[in-house]
Design a protein around this ligand. Structure first.
Ligand code: GSH
Length: 213
């Protein structure tokens, strides 16, 4: 079934959904936003994407994008007014490496630090320490410019910052006390940016019945 606008299934506090919403917003893409309750996912989401994670973007031709990175790439391929996409091979390689480490090892350590009780026999402090090695490296990287690739906010910043935010807020006082001035500055400027605040407003949970009423 085709629809007039792409439909985004999203959850406000999900870091994957945040990165997707930011790319969609900067691209100026109009869409229908459907806020999801992750404990009670709508049948319409499960029907288009059986794994039913968020974000999911359903394009007007029925194509379903069910990975946040694919949603970001699609949005920026439509319109990329701030040059978020890498412009050189070197930028592309660095972006890919940052993404792979963030979505792989960093996310694994973050979950086991922040949500240790959800796992059998994990030591949250060991995972925090392992995540710190990655965060120290990000801090180093930010010593050569205000953003991960240097002078401009790009795909890499939008894709990683929601996860660093989640890590920081697990224990903000502790995070703020770490020797990572460049990373702390990068995160604070992200948190207070219009591009981030603009995608954090609240939406009521979507229900098919309510939208048809
Ligand atoms: N690889 C996916 C991961 C998305 C994801 O795991 N989202 C979380 C919310 S932050 C989710 O939907 N979790 C529910 C579940 O895994 O069942 C992406 O990049 O979009």
């Amino acid at each position: 079934m085709s629809q007039a606008l792409p439909i985004l299934y999203s959850f406000r506090r999900c870091p994957y959904a945040m990165r997707a919403r930011m790319a969609l917003a900067v691209s100026g893409q109009e869409l229908e936003h459907r806020e999801v309750d992750l404990k009670q996912r709508p049948e319409e989401l499960i029907a288009v994407s059986p794994k039913a994670t968020v974000p999911v973007l359903v394009l007007t031709d029925g194509t379903v994008l069910e990975e946040s990175i694919d949603v970001m790439r699609w949005a920026l391929a439509q319109h990329d007014p701030e040059d978020w996409l890498p412009t050189t091979e070197k930028e592309r390689a660095k972006t890919d490496a940052l993404l792979a480490r963030n979505d792989g090892d960093f996310k694994r350590h973050l979950d086991r630090y922040k949500y240790a009780t959800r796992y059998d026999d994990v030591d949250p402090m060991a995972h925090r320490a392992a995540a710190c090695v990655i965060l120290s490296d990000l801090d180093q990287c930010l010593h050569s410019g205000p953003y991960l690739l240097g002078d401009r906010f790009t795909f890499a910043d939008a894709a990683l910052a929601p996860f660093v935010r989640q890590f920081a807020f697990a224990d903000k006082a502790w995070f703020d006390a770490q020797p990572w001035p460049a990373l702390q500055q990068w995160l604070e400027s992200f948190l207070s940016s219009e591009r981030f605040l603009g995608i954090m407003h609240k939406h009521p949970v979507w229900a098919a019945d309510a939208s048809e009423a």
